[in-house]
Design a protein around this ligand. Structure first.
Ligand code: SF4
Length: 402
């Protein structure tokens, strides 16, 4: 797999190329763009990023026909993914994703393709890295970008980004005259977002992006000369490697903390605590009031509210209830059935200890008990009942935009 992680440089005078993702990043926040280039701040790879890399690698190998599903090689990949910390649910989602790609394998043009794009004379080349490209039935080319995150974005959001268009322009430089279909495959969410850009649209986009890139390069030259890289707070600040040293975020944080515990009037720390608790209560009350209003509205219109990619619906939570007295006698009978006479008492002793732990901790621990003692699964199911709560609760879930 190509290593497409950010390569850092020691000086901004050395910028030889700019990645497609960095073009996007620059428009989000120039200060973060600069920090990423120079490798500043905390650049530790997150667990989610490691899982994403592992999933990408298996997809790449599958598209290159290096293994088939349900074969010993596939089993080996599953074990490898498990060792890499990829949870069961993600591994199952990957299987479904690979199945959906099966028929596309015979149409692969390139996998993990890195291309340079020379848009503006005097500015560095833009470098794109495409997960996979295919010939499609309409005689065009499909670009597929695999995403392992859970943050769904629909066509309308993707159309605002530079990445798809730059990829499409990059591909059209090598295969001119073809319409380009851009697809985002959400591995975990099991969704595919797709839209097609015609040859005519591509020409217009290219003109537009050439202008934007020229402006961006001009801005970079100014920031590089002055050393002043603007900090622009955005949705990704939480993942920014230099957020701890970001003056804009620090001031915003200080302003917020000041509003919670106004430190200027010589108040004591206990007074500030009481004040902050009051603010917290006010926020909780507002959240609860809004929640109740949404529940009332959903009840009134008898259907969920869908806004963008979010759906607000109501549900009656169901709780599991286990009759432990009945469970004990059932398990005792089962131990007599499953274990020979000379090991029955030891077995019962262990089972008793396990239930004791369960009753004193929580009913959910019965799942661990059943995992450890699968032969008792039926007995546990027999004494488990579900009871509905009297309270409605609000369920906010992600949906594909209509
Ligand atoms: S924390 Fe946000 S505003 Fe500050 S540098 Fe990072 S991305 Fe920019």
């Amino acid at each position: 797999m190509t290593d497409n992680r950010l390569k850092t440089i020691s000086s901004l005078d050395d910028i030889q190329k700019i990645r497609v993702t960095q073009v996007e990043g620059f428009h989000g926040c120039p200060a973060r763009f600069k920090a990423a280039f120079l490798g500043e701040g905390n650049n530790n790879k997150s667990k989610a990023a490691e899982i994403g890399t592992a999933l990408h690698l298996v997809i790449e190998r599958y598209l290159c026909d290096q293994f088939e599903l349900y074969t010993p090689e596939w089993e080996e990949y599953l074990v490898w993914l498990h060792k890499k910390g990829v949870p069961t649910k993600e591994r199952q989602a990957l299987l479904t994703y690979l199945q959906s790609l099966e028929s596309m394998r015979q149409h692969v043009i390139a996998v993990e393709w890195e291309f340079p794009l020379s848009l503006v004379s005097g500015a560095p080349d833009i470098v794109g890295h495409i997960d996979a490209t295919f010939c499609n039935e309409q005689g065009g080319i499909t670009i597929r970008d695999h995403k392992s995150n859970r943050q769904f974005e629909g066509v309308s959001e993707w159309k605002k980004k530079f990445q798809p268009i730059l990829y499409a322009i990059g591909v059209s430089e090598h295969y001119p005259g073809h319409a380009i279909t851009f697809e985002i495959g959400y591995i975990i969410l099991g969704e595919v977002v797709s839209w097609t850009i015609s040859v005519e649209e591509l020409a217009i986009y290219k003109q537009y992006l050439t202008r934007r890139y020229a402006e961006m390069w001009e801005e970079i030259l100014v920031y590089r000369r002055t050393g002043e890289w603007p900090e622009r707070p955005n949705d990704g600040c939480g993942f920014c490697p230099v957020k701890d040293s970001c003056a804009t975020i620090r001031h915003a944080h200080q302003d917020f903390m000041w509003s919670l515990g106004n430190p200027s009037s010589g108040e004591t720390i206990t007074a500030k605590y009481i004040w902050a608790k009051g603010v917290q209560t006010a926020i909780d009350t507002t959240v609860n009031t809004l929640k109740q209003e949404i529940i009332a509205l959903v009840e009134y219109q008898k259907s969920p509210i869908v806004e963008g990619d979010k759906q607000f619906s109501i549900k009656k939570p169901r709780r599991r209830k286990i009759d432990f007295t009945d469970l004990r006698s059932r398990l005792w009978e089962a131990v007599n059935k499953f274990f020979p006479a000379d090991s029955r008492l030891d077995a019962w002793h262990s089972v008793e200890q396990a239930i004791q732990k369960t009753t004193s901790v929580r009913v959910g621990d019965m799942d661990d008990f059943v995992k450890e003692w699968p032969m008792f699964k039926g007995d546990v199911a027999a004494v488990t009942s579900m009871e509905e709560s009297n309270d409605f609760s609000l369920d906010v879930s992600k949906v594909s935009p209509q």
